[in-house]
Ligand binder design. Sequence first.
Ligand SMILES: [Fe+2]
Length: 304
Amino acid sequence: MDQKKLHFEFAREFEDFISLGGGHVTAAICASAPAMLFDPGVSAFGPLCLKELRARAKSTDNLIIALSHAHFDHCGAAAYLMRKIPSARLAASGKGAEILKRPNAVELICRLNAEYEKSMAAELAGEDVSFAALDVSLRLADGDSIPLDSGRVCRVLETPGHTRDSLTFYFPDTGIAFIGDTAGALEHGFIHSPYLVSYEDYLASIDKIRSLRPRAICMPHSGILAGDDVERYLSEAAAAATAYKDMIENYLELYKGDQEKVVERITAEEYDSQPLHIQKRQPFILNLRAKVHAVAAWVESKRL
Ligand SMILES: [Fe+2]
């Protein structure tokens, strides 16, 4: 697909917000009181995350680990951190809370994290970072606020589309929003549009974030964008989502609604012809299948 190459300068810090790592190694710390840790990343990232927390947060007492959604590369290190910090509390949406204790979901999260544990075995030096079922003590819904010290709050917005359980966390005082994968991710100058459950919801969630007029947005796979880049990124993310939908829609027409043929065609064009990828091939295909399905559902809904 022809798409212009975009350039954004990502920062690692904004006010008291710190973004760690990149790629699948994701996490962000807000040095509030109590401290908040967002999407601690894959399980193998747990020890580094803990070290950074101890160095950057005023205290880890009553830490709130907030999950934007229950994907393995966002929640993987939460089990390790909950074991290490007994006073920590876990926050996620009600839907996310259900996923995090469902045996088949836990098994999948463990399996996907194990690949990273294997490749980082030398650094982990035998430390048990394994994922396990999690109890969410703060079940969050749209409009909720998490009270912090000194009257500070973290507002919660439901921003589905990427997944059903996706949340955005917004600090009205500093104007920073941790948006998870709600508005995709930038890779090699292109914005991925991961509307795995609904194309329409994905666009509506981007609009919801835009309406906050945040001063900065933190995206776990990339870092922090601030100033004019916030609106520029969000508008490009919406445009990229629509362009990708148009491409899928055209292929669905070409292959007379055969979704698997569309998946094969896009995989060949977009994945197999490129040498470098953040994502492994199997998850790429699974996600693509979900997107093709979401667009087919959207096309169908327009027909009715
Ligand atoms: Fe995700």
